[in-house]
Design a protein. Structure first.
Length: 187
C-alpha cells in the first residue's frame, strides 16, 4: 500500500514592500512522503518571493497553484495560472534535470528554479551549459543553512508572515523569524 501525502495548511500573510504587494493567502500543501520539510518550506518561500507576479503579470486575474511536485516530474512545484488556464510562471525547487526545464520554457513565460541544498553549485556547474540558451529561465540559489533553518517554522497548520524589503524575505511565525536572501545564479 502506498503512503499518502501529508496535508499542511498555511496562512501566508505577504507584505512585499519592494513590489507594493500586500495580500493574505490561504494555502493547502500536499507533502509527498519523500519530500522533506525543508523542500516544502522552500516551496512556500518561492511563493512568497513571487506572489506579486499575480498582479504584475495577470493583473490579479489568475491564481498560484501548487503542482503535484514529486508525484509528477512533469508538473511544476508551483505555477501561476492566468484566467485562460495558461501557466505564466513555472517554478521548480531543488536541482531539476535540463530536459524538463527546456520543456517548461516552451510552456511558460518565465521559469524559475530555486536551488537550495549544499551541492547546488556543483549541480549548476554541471548543467549550466545545457541551459544557457534558455532565455526564459532564471536560476536562484538559497543558502543551505538558511533553508535548513526553515524547518523550525514547519507545522501542519502554519500562520506565517512574509515581509520582503530590499530583496530580503523575512519569514516569521510564533516559532521565530528567518531571513532569506536568494542570489541569482543565472538569467
Amino acid at each position: 500500500m502506498a503512503i499518502k501525502s501529508t496535508i499542511y495548511k498555511a496562512q501566508l500573510h505577504i507584505a512585499d514592500i519592494d513590489h507594493s504587494y500586500y495580500e493574505d493567502h490561504s494555502l493547502t500543501l500536499a507533502r509527498h512522503p519523500s519530500e522533506t520539510d525543508e523542500r516544502m518550506m522552500v516551496r512556500l518561500v518561492a511563493l512568497a518571493l513571487n506572489a506579486y507576479r499575480l498582479q504584475e503579470i495577470c493583473k490579479g486575474d489568475g491564481s498560484w497553484v501548487f503542482g503535484a511536485g514529486l508525484s509528477d516530474p512533469n508538473d511544476p512545484d508551483l505555477y501561476l495560472l492566468d484566467f485562460t488556464s495558461r501557466k505564466r510562471v513555472w517554478i521548480e525547487v531543488g536541482q531539476p534535470e535540463d530536459k524538463p526545464l527546456s520543456k517548461a520554457c516552451s510552456q511558460a513565460d518565465l521559469v524559475l528554479v530555486y536551488a537550495f541544498n549544499h551541492a547546488k553549485e556543483i549541480w549548476w556547474n554541471g548543467i549550466r551549459n545545457k541551459l544557457s540558451r534558455l532565455q526564459k529561465l532564471q536560476v536562484w540559489g538559497l543558502p543551505h543553512e538558511v533553508t535548513q533553518s526553515l524547518v523550525s517554522l514547519a507545522e501542519r497548520s502554519m500562520n506565517l508572515q512574509a515581509t520582503i524589503q530590499e530583496q530580503t524575505l523575512t519569514l516569521s511565525s510564533e516559532r521565530g523569524s528567518i531571513e532569506v536572501q536568494a542570489s541569482l545564479m543565472s538569467t
